[in-house]
Design a binder for this molecule. Sequence first.
Ligand SMILES: [Zn+2]
Length: 895
Amino acid sequence: MRKLVRPLLLTALAACCGSALAASAANDQPHGKLPRWAMPELYQLSFKVDPRQQDFSGTTVIKLKLTQASDHIWMHGRELKVAKVVVTDAAGKKHDAKYVDVAPQEGVVKIDFGSELKPQELTVAIDYTAPLNLQLQGLYKVSHEGQPYAMTQMEPISARYAFPGFDEPSFKTPFELSLTIPNDEVGVANTKQAKEEPAGSGWKKLTFTRTEPLPTYLVAFGVGPWDVVKGPDISPTEYRKQATELRGVAAKGEGHRMQHVLSETPSIIHTLENYYGFGYPWDKLDLLAAPDFSAGAMENPGLVTFRDWLLLLDKDSPANYVRGSFNVTAHELAHQWTGDTVTMGWWDDLWLNEAFATWMQQKVTQKVHPEYRADLDRVRGAQGAMNNDSLVTARKIRQEITGNGDIETAFDGITYQKGASVLGMFEGYVTEPVFQKGMRAYIQEHKFGNATADDLIASIAKAADKGEDFKAAFRSFLNQSGVPYVQTKIAQEGGKTVLHLSQSRYLPVGSSGDANRVWGVPVCVRYGTAAGGSKVSCELLSQKEGTMVLADAAKNTWFMPNANGSGYYRFSMAKADLVALGKQIGKLDDAEQLAYDDAVGSGFRHGDLDAGDVLTALKPLTASKTREVAIAPLTTVDWIYELEATSDAQRAKVRDWVKSAYLPRMQQLGYKRKPGEADSDSLLRTALAESLALDYQIPEVRAELLKQGDAALKTKADGSLDLAAADPDLLGVALGVAAQERGKSAVDTLIAQLPKTSDPASRNAMLQGLASVKDPADAERARDFALSKDVKVGEMAAILRGNRDTQASRDAIWKWSVANYDKIVARTGSFAGGRLPSMMGGGGCSQAEADRLEAFFKPRLKDVTGAERGLAQTRENTLLCAALKAKQDPAAIMR
Ligand SMILES: [Zn+2]
C-alpha cells in the first residue's frame, strides 16, 4: 500500500504538475469510471528498461476516438514523470498538450489540449519516465541470487504505474509492444517476438506481434537474464489449426525445473478447448516463474506469471506444491477463456473472471487428475467462504464499486469460492451438458469483448429453456450477501414422508444481522429408502417456506439435507435427526460427509450444539480414508481447544480426543515419504504432523520431527543447511518444532541462512520455522527480520501472520505491529491494504482486541485503500469469537 501514500510524496507529486491547473481540472474529475466520450482504439507501448537501473522510460502512443468536442480527456497514470505530450489531430496537425496529475492517489490524470478539438480520431503520444516499482505492482523490480529482473503485475489497477492509459477492463484494444533492453538480457511479452534490432551501444529493441483486443490489466512483459526453456508444443485440435508453442521462463539457472509443469500444460489446454468448443486464442504460451509476486499467479494472455514455487518442481518437491502447481496452472489457463477472451465489463463482475476460473479449474482437475479430488476442494472452499459470508460485513458476489478499495478487496473468498460453488449448484440444477451449451454460446457471443452478469445468466437460461424464476434464483446469490440457512423438519402426513423446509440467513451467535432473507435455493436431499438404499430429491426453494415429498422413504428415515454437498447453503435439523444422520455416515459420500461436518460446526456457532455434542458428532469422520474428511473436524475442535477449554483437565480431554483419532494414523504413515506412495498420503502426513506437533504438542510426534529439524539445521561442508535430511513434506513443520525447542540457536541459523537460500520451497519451509517461534524475544527478532531486504516483499506476511494462538502471543504481535506500522506499510503493495488489519490483529477473541484494532485503524483508513473492509471484517470476527466464547460452558467438554 503505497496507495497508502506518505503525505510528503503526495505533496511533491502535486507540486510538480502545476497546482492551479490541477485545481480547476479537479472540478469535473471522474471518480470511478472514466467517461466514454474518449475511446481508445490502439496502443503502441515502447519501454526502455534496464532492471539494474532505478527508473525506466517509455513512450505511449494511443489512437483514440473523441466523440464530443472537448479541450481535454481523462486517463489514468500514477507516479509517471511526463516530459512531453503531443496530440495529433485527424488532419495531421500537432498540438502541444499538458499532462495534469489531478488525483495522484487515485491515479486519475487529465490531458489538456490547450484548445477545444472537435469530435475526431486523435493520436496522443506521451513520453515519460517512472521508477521501477519496489512493491510488486505495475512494472516492478525483483532480484534472484543478486540479479535484478523487471516484470509486470497490472491487475487490478496497477497498469497506470507502468504506462498512461485507460485503465479499466471495458476498454479493450489491441496493443503493439516494443522493449528496448540491454543486449545481454531477455525480454518476453504477451505475444511472439516479431523482430530484434540493434538500438545503440549496448541496447537492442524487441518488437512483439500485435495482440488481440485486451484490457490494460492483462498487458504483461518481463526483462532480465531469464532462462527460457522449450516445452512440448500444444498439438492442434478441431478448434485450433496450428500447434501452439509452449515455453517456460524462469530466473537464471532455474529453467530446467519447469519441465514437470510444462508436461502437464497441453492436457489442460485441450480439456478447456473441448469444453468451450473454442481454441486457445493467442499466438504462443509462456509460463513465467517470478522470483517475487504479490498474488499466487496472473492470467496474462500468452504470458502467465506465477510465484516461482508453483512452477519450479523436481522429484522431491512437497506433494502440496505439485498439486498446487497443477491447480493454479489450470485456474490461470481457464482464464484464457473467462477473463481474457471474454472480460468482465467492470470490477463488480469480477466473479465472471474469478468464479468461473475457480469452477473451471476444478472441472479440469477432476478430468485430468481425479485423484486430486477437486470435487472436495470445491465443497471445502465453499464452506470457508460461508464463514466469511456469515459476517454482516461480508461482500456480495456482485458488490457495488464505490472506490478503488472495493476493487482491491474484491479478490476474496466470496468472489472465488462462493462464486464457484454457486456456479456448480446451478450447473447441477440445469445439468452439466446444458450448462456447457450455455457457456459455449456465451464465449462465442462475447469473444474478444466484455460481458456482464446478465449476459451470462441469459446464456445459461436460454440453453436451459428457463425463464424469470431461474434468473431470479441465480441473481439472488449474486446480488445479496449471506448464506441461506435451510431449516428442516420431517413428518409423516397422509401416509407420505414430507420434509418441511424454511429459509433464513445463517447468522452465528453474537451477530447483529437480520436473518430475514430469501434466496432461490436449489435444495437437494438424500434419504434412506424402504428398499435399504438411498435416493435424492430436489426442489427449487424460492419462498420462505416449502415442502418436499420424500418418495419411497423408509419408515423413520434418516436424511441429509445437502445431497452431494453441492448446495451453497447451511442446514439445521432436530438434534435427534442429526444423531440419526451421524449413525449413517458410511452411507454418505465424501462431499456429504464434509457437509455433515459443516452442519455440526455451524450448529455449534449458531448455539444449537455444545462442545460435548461436537466431540461426539465429529468423531466418526476422523476414521475416513479420505484425507479431506478425516481432518475436517479439526477446525471446530481446534477452536474448542484453544478458546473454550480453560482447565488442564479440559485441555487434556480434547488433546486425548485428537490423539486417539489421529496419532495411530500418523504412526502408520511414518515420518518419511515411502517410495511411490499416493500423494494424498504425503499430504495427510503434513496435515497430521502440523496438528499433532504444533497445535497439540504431542511429545512423541515432536520428538520425531525434532530429529528431522535438528538434522536439517546442520551445516554442510559448503556452508548451506542440510535441508534434504528432513522429509520434503515435513520440512516446514520440522523446522517449526526445532525453532520452538532450540530457541535462539535455531532462529539465528534460519535468519543467517535464508538470504543464502534461493530454492522457494526451502525458503517457505524456513519461513514456517520462523513463524512458529514461541519464545517472545525470538519471535520479535523473527518479525524484525521480516522487515529486512532479506525477506522478499511477498514473503513478509508468512512471518508476520505467525503463531498467535495465545492471548500473550497476539498481544506481542499487536504491540510490535503498531510500533512498526510505517515500515510494514512501506513494504506492502496497495493490493494488500485489505489484509493489513487481519495481519496485525487477526485471530482475536475479545472486546478489548476489537476496540484496539478499531482505535488504531480508524484514523488511518483514508490512507490505506481497502483497509476499511479489512477492519470491519476483522473486528466482526473478533467480536463473534468473543460472543461464542461467552456462550460456552467449558464443563460440556468433560461430558
Ligand atoms: Zn484468477
